[in-house]
Design a binder for this molecule. Sequence first.
Ligand SMILES: Cc1ncc(COP(=O)(O)O)c(C=O)c1O
Length: 465
Amino acid sequence: MLDQEGWPALLEAIKTLDAGFSGLPVHENSAPGIERLAEVLNATAERLQDNYPYFHPLYAGQMLKPPHPVARLAYALAMWINPNNHALDGGRATSAMEKEAVREIAAMYGWKNFLGHLCGGGTMANLEALWVAGQLHPEKKILASEQAHYTHKRISGVLQLEFEAVPCDARGRMDAGALAKRAERGDVGTVVATMGTTATGSVDPLPEVLALSEKHGFRVHADAAYGGYFVLTDNLGEVAERAFRRMGEADSIVIDPHKHGLQPYGCGCVLFRDPEVGRLYKHDSPYTYFSSAELHLGEISLECSRPGAAAAALWATQRLLPLEKGGEFAHGMERGRKAALALFEKLRGDARFVTAFAPELDIVVFVPKAASVSEASVLSRKIFASAAKRDLHLAVAELPARFWEANLGTTKPDRETITCLRSVLMKPEHSDWIGRIWDLLSSSADEILGAHDRSPQPMPANPIQ
Ligand SMILES: Cc1ncc(COP(=O)(O)O)c(C=O)c1O
């Protein structure tokens, strides 16, 4: 069931909003007749039925989390104004709300005096961070791990900055030893530390990256588009916890409210520790700055028009669910992680499956046991399809087979990459549904693999770290 309880609250809020403009003379409403509108809206709903049920806990595939009801309603409410946060002229109230909401995000990393703003998403946010990085170190290289989001390589190309990938270890984290060796050459301008990789949620070794930055003088950019909010949680493993604790020492941070922050798409955020980088954005457009002498959002972002509604939604969500350790929002993040750990333990205790490594955040990757990597890859796709028939929606990913090397045992390593099953357990409710998810996954595996011995995987200890 799609939740509908919030609509009376929205109608009330629309009246409150309307009251703010009651002094204006009445004007003609040019909307089409309500019957035609209802017809078109229903046709839209029918088209939208052709989607995976992203809002449901049995959707446990890609990084998709439904917006919080308050975000959805606040966004819809703001649509009656349709503010544009490119400048104060376009969105006075929502510009102020954006500044407040972004200040609260920056406070998670201990930043008070910083520069930051919302933008279209993680790609735009990383573009801005690397654009600033490139201006500060124009002749030097951008480095990110082999498992960093593909956007970094592509953005570097757009910015005409040289990009190089740093190898990963067998847990999908940047190999700090390889980075140390590479940095010796002295031509590294910026290192991107991914705080939760897209494929496996692996956390790069930020403390080691920071120590190398100290030695070699490169910038550190933390791509926490996915993982940024985990800084509020208290059930991370020791290694990830240590890395998140140091995030405030990065030069720039990207975090996506439209991933874990319960926002509709179109809400990324970039933060710079040194507010002085604002000078790099300076332009002298004669048409955007008429109404205020105050520095506004259009002067510190690359995008021009941006939805003020995104700021209203974020502001409302953070008002309801403050970004604090031990709070309801943090607890929701912890529940997703708990679900991932529970699924990992179930998989680990079942001989039909082989896990890679323990999840550092809330993403689990695994394959069915098979005679070879090729066969496991084929079976992964079959289990994916079988689970979807049962309304359990997982994802498939193509990852280095060496992520499994400690656990594959007699499986023939006939390919360098393996097609695996991947589950992103980012909804708090996943922790209540893990039993059901497991039953459906188990039935799907039975269908594809036949009845098998389910005794635990014969594998070395795989501590949750
Ligand atoms: C670590 C990371 N960085 C950047 C991005 C790109 O973000 P967006 O899809 O919002 O542009 C993603 C998307 O999944 C991501 O996981």
